[in-house]
Design a protein around this ligand. Structure first.
Ligand SMILES: Cc1ncc(COP(=O)(O)O)c(C=O)c1O
Length: 342
């Protein structure tokens, strides 16, 4: 098989040898019955990393978000999302279908939420209006180029939320990318939210799984919602074992993905008919804007072994991760130059 450099997503990563070993040796129970020791170990480690009281192991990032939204709200409540939020755009309408919330959008220029717009949107529950009960933030922001929400913006929004009786959920699918890129512990971001989810199955390299963390009371209510959504898993320790390895060994290395993304952006910057904002590359994502159609470029790159995704008619997304080396990035840049110069 021809070698492929797969830049479609950080979800394509394969487990490390240490993860396979941990899976084979994992001590198991039945997590729906509450006695899988490896799941307990992972949930405690995740909560400790985020400085929260408790954690809940769930099958996916989408389920983590939807469990959080349903646990924080009642049907008819209003929840605020960024226009491009994954939970709003890419989770099949989960907030409406599963939690019955009214969704309202705010802008995030450059990936940073517009605080004034959020403040203006908040409304109390009255005889006529739904109450704005929940603010959902995404850090880092997938569809906005892997952008980081700065800690002071989180602080500002969390105090605004507490003044107005609103809960804050952070979709931190890639929160550790934000932590590593800024040198800020993930717990400092998490302190500015009522609940935080993060994914093991993205840059951290696990095959499956996400964590949802918050207070003990929140997590116990979320556990019931997980059951409602069919997310209770039995010998889940097999998967949790990978997560424990990921939290111990896979966080600091995200810095390599970030430098690879920057190098990739610089290498493909200025190719004819395309534009890359090199300065905007903050973590492990690079977005290339094309003047013509993006899809034929995706196809031609794939013929030469470089995989990426045209996420919209004139945009291509490239994501770096642990299974793409610095040498692969140089090779990918060469393939881009050959393909786009023709
Ligand atoms: C920011 C963000 N949140 C949530 C998810 C959903 O994760 P999953 O694919 O595990 O459902 C993704 C997936 O790419 C994401 O990028």
């Amino acid at each position: 098989m021809t070698r492929r450099i797969d830049l479609r997503s950080d979800t394509v990563t394969r487990p490390t040898p240490a993860m396979y070993k941990a899976m084979a040796e994992a001590e198991l129970g039945d997590d729906v019955l509450g006695d899988d020791p490896t799941v307990h170990k992972l949930e405690e480690a995740a909560a400790a990393k985020l400085g929260k009281e408790a954690g809940l192991f769930v099958p996916s990032g989408s389920m983590a978000n939807n469990i959080a939204i349903k646990t924080h709200t009642k049907p008819g409540d209003e929840a605020l999302f960024d226009w491009e939020a994954h939970s709003l755009c890419m989770e099949v309408g989960g907030p409406a279908a599963l939690a019955g919330v009214l969704t309202r959008q705010f802008r995030s220029p450059g990936g940073v939420p517009d605080v004034d717009e959020i403040a203006a949107a908040i409304r109390p529950e009255t005889l006529h209006s739904p109450g704005t009960r929940l603010l959902v933030l995404e850090n880092t922001h997938n569809r906005l180029g892997g952008a980081i929400i700065p800690l002071d913006v989180h602080r500002h929004l969390f105090s605004l939320a507490k003044e107005t009786g609103m809960m804050v959920h952070v979709d931190g699918a890639r929160l550790f990318n934000a932590a590593v890129a800024t040198g800020t512990p993930a717990s400092e971001f998490a302190a500015q939210a009522d609940s935080v989810s993060f994914c093991l199955s993205k840059g951290l390299g696990c095959p499956v799984g996400s964590l949802l963390c918050g207070t003990r009371d929140f997590v116990e209510r979320a556990r019931r919602v997980r059951k409602l959504f069919g997310g209770g898993m039995r010998q889940a320790g097999i998967l949790a074992a990978c997560g424990v390895v990921a939290l111990e060994t896979m966080i600091e290395r995200l810095a390599d993905d970030h430098s690879n993304a920057k190098r990739l952006a610089m290498g493909i910057h200025g190719l004819p008919g395309t534009c890359v904002d090199v300065e905007a590359v903050a973590t492990n994502m690079v977005y290339l804007t094309t003047t013509g159609s993006a899809k034929p470029i995706e196809d031609k790159l794939a013929e030469r072994g470089v995989l990426c995704i045209a996420t919209s008619p004139k945009r291509i997304r490239l994501v770096t991760h642990k299974d793409v080396s610095a040498a692969d990035i140089e090779e990918a840049i060469e393939v881009f130059r050959l393909t786009i110069n023709i």
